[in-house]
Design a protein around this ligand. Structure first.
Ligand SMILES: C[S@@+](CC[C@H](N)C(=O)[O-])C[C@H]1O[C@@H](n2cnc3c(N)ncnc32)[C@H](O)[C@@H]1O
Length: 249
């Protein structure tokens, strides 16, 4: 049920996934940009990014801070908007390969055994991570423990019905943390949760090669991805489905 981890053995698969999303995102904005805006709006100071990868959230927070500062400084009267606090990100990941490219400070650790005392972070984030765990609730419990009172937990995961336009050649494997289960699993630790669903035609794959790369990024072997891609009419627009789940300590 847990999605395999290949981040040290084959980091190029994850990097391809990142490039495919950046290149073919045709509507809306990315998940990290959304989470960064939420965290900046909430005034989060110290942020723990659990399963931080190579720093997509770190980059998005930097951009969101500059946008918020620009807005605050150019809104009349000048005092109308508070100047946002600068978030500081601690990147935590089990993969040394991922951490090598993440801005410091970073910590190599398992999400189920966070090497921090209780109650120190303003926010804990786990974007596209918890489906790698056999027991995601154990990691959610650890996130809860390290949050300060009132601290925010944010997680995101894709739906088991993601990319329906490709269902004739590929379907997502069921995982331990599909979006459909995520609210209930987070609620087991945090009690009340808020959920924001996404369900929109966000990715346009222009040609067969783009479809192949999209499938390789989703753990399909290159040979199987190439033959599946040959059976997809292009260009094709793919509906992305999933959820953000928020909890408060
Ligand atoms: C799909 S990537 C997401 C990276 C980043 N959150 C992002 O959205 O770009 C999953 C990340 O979770 C990390 N990971 C998987 N299982 C983990 C665990 N048990 N503890 C810590 N990190 C883990 C992987 O090494 C990888 O960097």
């Amino acid at each position: 049920m847990a999605t395999p981890r290949d981040y040290d053995a084959d980091p190029e698969r994850f990097r391809l996934a990142t490039r495919v999303t950046e290149r073919y995102l045709s509507g809306g904005r990315g998940q990290h940009e959304h989470v960064a805006e939420v965290l900046t709006g909430a005034g989060a100071g110290l942020v723990l990014d659990i399963g931080c990868g190579e720093g997509a959230l770190h980059t998005a927070l930097h951009t969101a801070l500059h946008t918020a500062l620009h807005t605050a400084l150019h809104t009349e009267p000048r005092t109308a908007l508070p100047v946002p606090a600068r978030p500081r990100v601690v990147g935590l990941d089990a993969s040394a390969t991922m951490l090598a490219r993440h801005p410091r400070p970073v910590v190599r650790a398992e999400a189920t055994a966070l090497p921090f005392p209780d109650g120190v972070f303003d926010a804990a984030v786990a974007v596209n991570v918890l489906y790698h765990l056999g027991d995601p609730v154990a990691a959610i419990g650890e996130a809860h423990r390290v949050l300060a009172p009132g601290g925010m937990f944010v997680t995101a995961s894709p739906s088991r019905f993601d990319s329906p336009e490709l269902a004739h050649v590929w379907r997502p494997e069921p995982s331990s943390f599909d979006a459909e289960d995520a609210p209930r699993l987070v609620a087991r630790v945090f009690g009340r949760v808020e959920v924001e669903w996404w369900d929109a035609p966000l990715i346009t794959l222009p040609d067969e090669r783009a479809v192949r790369d999209y499938l390789i990024a989703r753990f399909v072997t290159p040979g199987a991805a190439a033959s599946a891609a040959a059976r997809v009419r292009t260009p094709t627009t793919v509906t992305k489905k999933g959820a953000f789940v928020y909890g408060r300590r």
